[in-house]
Design a protein around this ligand. Structure first.
Ligand code: NAP
Length: 315
């Protein structure tokens, strides 16, 4: 472990944005090869008193017809946190896998996100109902506005719908995704519920430090999407060197870096061996020098759209 690793060391004493309280999730797979061990996925406290497993399984670009089987692999591996979205068109497969697994509902953490087409208040409410139907659940753990769509300028209206859903108990927490500091500040000024999370692009080539700092200032957990840079950062020689030093894979080193920074991650893979590999993060630690070297790779390089430029409603 980075010693003292600020995120981990302080977490033991005080909950809060920079030193969040951790708990253990459940015994599961954790070794490099995905074999069973007693290591646990840490949880982070959210600002409304609920908690979130720090590692989940991402489902963007998993084809609908493969989703049930791959989510089943993830659940069998030990993942209990699933990240989907209305726009991924695979909520039904996620729900089918959950139903087939027969796990206690309170062991699962399920996130979905509002389709860009439905920022109007009544559209957002109706879309959320459809998500529950697809997922075959009576509530989700987290519901997010997927993109702020600044040119559309209806994210405050959409947030009003999410607040109603939250108050109804059908989402245990609500949050945002791809919100830049100015979008967050506007929500904080004009609405009531502080988002529990902000899900934004973060990986070694894009530290997104300003957004992470504003999130932390408001006790909003940062979720790092494309945590592996869609696989591109895994070729980086610095990451390859650190992986060799620890006898780990590049993906494990990158995911461990995110975890030690205090972000939530949900790597996606359609490859069962990688799904297991990406779960093996909790039986090794990185040194302060490793952490600094990976953080130093930041070159402001995005893989996805800049949130100020994404205004596609799909309509
Ligand atoms: N809110 C948003 O706007 C937003 C945007 C993008 C993503 N997300 C969420 O974040 C999740 C993760 O992001 P992502 O899917 O874009 O990218 P990612 O998880 O960074 O990378 C996925 C890619 O890396 C490969 N990969 C996975 N594990 C690997 C390993 N151990 N070794 C080598 N390659 C590996 C996968 O290949 P294979 O699949 O071929 O194995 C896939 O091509 C998404 O699934 C989604 O849930 C949210």
């Amino acid at each position: 472990m980075c010693s003292p690793c600020p995120a981990l060391a302080a977490a033991a004493v005080t909950p809060g944005p920079a030193n969040r309280r951790r708990g253990s999730h459940r015994p599961a797979v954790s070794a490099q090869d995905g074999s069973m061990s007693t290591a646990s996925v840490p949880t982070l406290a959210l600002n409304n008193g609920t908690s979130i497993p720090q590692l989940g399984f991402g489902t963007f670009k998993i084809p609908p017809e493969q989703t049930r089987d791959l989510v089943t692999v993830a659940l069998e591996t030990g993942y209990r946190h699933l990240d989907t979205a209305q726009m991924y068109r695979n909520e039904r497969g996620v729900g089918d896998a959950i139903a087939a697994a027969g796990l206690p509902r309170d062991e699962l953490f399920v996130t979905t996100k509002l389709n860009n087409a439905f920022h109007a208040h009544d559209d957002a409410l109706a879309a959320f109902d459809r998500s529950l139907d697809e997922l075959q659940l009576d509530h989700v753990d987290l519901f997010l506005i997927h993109w702020p769509l600044p040119a559309v300028d209806r994210y405050v209206e959409a947030w009003g719908a999410l607040e109603e859903i939250y108050r109804s108990g059908r989402a245990r927490a609500i949050g945002v995704s791809n919100f830049e500091p100015r979008h967050l500040r506007r929500l904080l000024a004009e609405t009531t519920v502080v988002p529990a999370v902000n899900q934004v692009e973060v990986h070694p080539w894009l530290g997104n430090e300003e957004v992470r700092a504003v999130d932390a200032e408001h006790d909003i957990v940062t979720e790092a999407w494309s945590p592996l840079g869609r696989g591109r950062v895994l070729e980086d020689p610095t990451i390859a060197r650190i992986a060799a030093d620890h006898d780990r894979t590049p993906a494990q080193v990158v995911l461990r870096w995110h975890v030690e920074r205090g972000d939530v991650v949900f790597p996606k893979s359609v490859t069962p061996a990688r799904i297991a590999e990406n779960f093996g993060l909790f039986d090794f630690t990185l040194s302060d020098a490793d952490m600094a070297d990976i953080t130093g790779l930041d070159r402001g390089e995005r893989i996805g759209s800049h949130p100020e430029e994404m205004n596609d409603t799909g309509r």
